[in-house]
Design a protein around this ligand. Structure first.
Ligand code: BTN
Length: 128
């Protein structure tokens, strides 16, 4: 897997769970967008599975690397999640975004906070 050059991070991306996000990147590196999750921590949640996201990309022109961080708040359970990672080019030239995320679900008390955060990884490819 090669490193990716900057730029074209804008557009639609889908991960291995079937979640889809649409990113719009400004010249400053600021990202806005929306994220629709295919999964929730609440069974049969009828609540909104789409939410806004904000973040940054950081491109190093010398190294030709692009790192990314973005986060969002969910109406589902009042949780928040944060993703960070990097965009690479696969051997066949396809863009791939490798991320690690933290999801914090609201704990009802300080004593219950210890298991309120989940960590995981998602891999995103551009939607065709
Ligand atoms: C919740 O269940 O509290 C809100 C939805 C959380 C969706 C998470 S965020 C990390 C992981 N990657 C996804 O695409 N969806 C889940």
């Amino acid at each position: 897997m090669e490193k990716a050059g900057s730029s074209a991070v804008s557009g639609k991306w889908e991960n291995e769970l079937g979640s889809v996000m649409e990113l719009m990147v400004k010249d400053s590196g600021q990202i806005t967008g929306k994220y629709t999750t295919a999964v929730t921590t609440e069974d049969s949640s009828q609540k909104e599975k789409t939410t806004e996201l904000v973040g940054y990309i950081n491109t190093d022109q010398t190294k030709q690397t692009t790192t990314i961080a973005f986060c969002m708040a969910w109406k589902i359970k009042g949780s928040c999640s944060a993703f960070s990672g990097q965009i690479f080019k696969e051997d066949n030239g396809t863009d791939v975004m490798k991320t690690t995320w933290l999801l914090h679900s609201p704990a009802e008390s300080l004593g219950e906070n210890w298991d309120a955060t989940c960590i995981g990884e998602n891999t995103f490819h551009r939607c065709p």
